[in-house]
Ligand binder design. Structure first.
Ligand code: 3HC
Length: 311
C-alpha cells in the first residue's frame, strides 16, 4: 500500500470517520475485518447449536417460545454479519467453505456441551452477557456496515441476557436440586465465558493494529475485567458462588481481582480439541450438505425467472 494513502486513511480513522464499502482501504484492514466479522458471523450460527439442543425439552411452553425466538435471533445476527462481510468482497459461499474446512474460527465458547436446562440460563446470562460487553463498543467500530449491524444485534442480545438471568433466578429460587443445577451451570460456564474475550493482552496478536484501526475499541483484558465487575454482583444476587477462590474486590483498582482461565485449555479448544468441536462442525457441514438440493432449486428458479424477464 502507498504510504501516503495509508497516512490519509489513518487520519480519517483518527478523526472518527466511518469507512464505507466502496472506499479505499488498506488490504490488511480489509483482511482483518473479514476475519473478525466472519468469525463473529460463524459464532452466531454455530451458537444456535448448544441452545437448539434444548428447544424440545424446555420446561414450559413459554420458555420454549422464548428460547425459539432467541435461537432465531442468532440466525438473524449471522445473516446481518455475513452481509456486512460480503461488502468487503468475499462471498458467503467462501466464508462457509472456510468455516467447514476449519480455516476460519468461531467463538471457543460454543465447543462446550449444554448438559442441563440451567445451562440455558447460564448461556443467556454469561455468554450473551460477555457478547454484549464485547459488542456494545463495536457499535463505534470504524467500518460502517459492521458498526450498524451491531446496533440491532446489541438490542437483541440484551433481551437474550435478561432471559438467561430470568432462568437462573427461577432455578436459584427453586428447590435445592434446582439451585444446585444453577450452581453447576455457573461452575462450568464461568471460565469458558472469560475466555470469550480472547487471550490476555500480552498474547493477543491483533489488538495493537486493530485498535489503531478502531476495528477493536478495547483490549481483551479490559473487557474481561468489566465483565467480571458487572457479573459478580449478579451472581451474589442469585445466591450463587463464582467458582474462583481468589476472587476479591480490589479497592485500588475499583474492580475484582480474579483467576485467569486455563489458557492451555483455551488454545486446545482453538485447535479443535474442545469437548464439542467435532460435533459442532459436523452439524454445520451436514446442514450445508443437506441444503444442497435446496440451493440448487433456488438457483434454477432464479435462472428461469431471469430468462423469462429477458424473453
Ligand atoms: N474463540 C475463538 N477464537 C478466539 C477467541 C475466542 N474466544 N479469542 C481470540 N480468538 C482467536 C483470534 O481469532 C485470533 O486467531 P486468528 O488470528 O486465527 O483469527 C487469536 O485467537 C488471537 O487473538 P487476538 O486477541 O489477537 O484476536 P482479536 O484481536 O480478533 O480478538 C476477539 C478476539 C475479542 C474475539 C475479537 O475478534 C472480537 O471482538 N470479535 C468480534 C466479536 C465476536 O466474534 N464475538 C463472538 C462471540 S459470541 C456471539 O457473538 C454469539 C452471541 O449470540 C452469544
Amino acid at each position: 500500500d502507498d504510504p501516503q494513502a495509508l497516512a490519509e486513511f489513518q487520519a480519517r480513522i483518527d478523526r472518527g470517520e466511518r469507512i464505507e464499502p466502496k472506499e479505499w482501504m488498506p488490504e490488511g484492514y480489509r483482511k482483518t475485518l473479514i476475519r473478525q466479522i466472519g468469525q463473529h458471523a460463524h459464532s452466531e450460527i454455530v451458537g444456535q447449536l448448544p441452545e437448539g439442543n434444548w428447544i424440545t425439552r424446555a420446561p414450559t411452553l413459554e420458555r420454549k417460545q422464548i428460547l425459539l425466538a432467541k435461537v432465531q435471533d442468532e440466525a438473524g445476527h449471522g445473516l446481518y454479519l455475513y452481509s456486512a462481510c460480503e461488502t468487503l468482497g468475499v462471498t458467503r459461499d467462501e466464508l462457509f467453505e472456510k468455516l467447514h474446512s476449519g480455516a476460519m474460527k468461531y467463538s471457543s465458547i460454543f465447543n462446550y456441551p449444554t448438559l442441563t436446562w440451567a445451562d440455558m440460563g447460564a448461556i443467556g446470562w454469561l455468554v450473551d452477557g460477555a457478547a454484549i460487553m464485547n459488542q456494545v463498543p463495536l457499535q463505534r467500530t470504524s467500518y460502517g456496515p459492521y458498526a450498524r449491524a451491531m446496533v440491532r444485534i446489541c438490542k437483541e442480545e440484551s433481551f437474550h441476557q435478561r432471559q438467561g438471568y430470568s432462568i437462573m433466578m427461577k432455578m436459584a429460587q427453586g428447590t435445592p436440586a434446582q439451585k444446585e443445577m444453577a450452581q453447576d451451570a455457573l461452575n462450568r460456564f464461568w471460565y469458558p465465558s472469560l475466555m470469550m474475550f480472547g487471550p490476555s493482552d500480552a498474547e493477543s496478536v491483533h489488538s495493537t493494529q486493530n485498535m489503531a484501526w478502531k476495528i477493536k475499541i478495547n483490549t481483551n483484558d479490559e473487557l474481561r475485567q468489566r465483565f467480571v465487575n458487572e457479573t459478580v454482583p449478579q451472581a451474589e444476587y442469585l445466591g450463587l458462588t463464582v467458582p474462583d477462590e481468589h476472587l476479591r474486590w480490589n479497592d485500588d483498582k475499583q474492580g475484582y481481582d480474579f483467576s485467569e482461565p486455563d489458557w492451555d485449555e483455551f488454545f486446545e479448544v482453538l485447535k479443535g480439541n474442545g469437548p464439542c468441536n467435532e460435533e459442532r462442525l459436523g452439524a454445520r457441514r451436514k446442514a450445508w450438505d443437506d441444503g444442497q438440493w435446496f440451493r440448487e432449486g433456488l438457483s434454477a428458479y432464479a435462472d428461469k425467472q431471469a430468462t423469462r424477464r429477458t424473453a
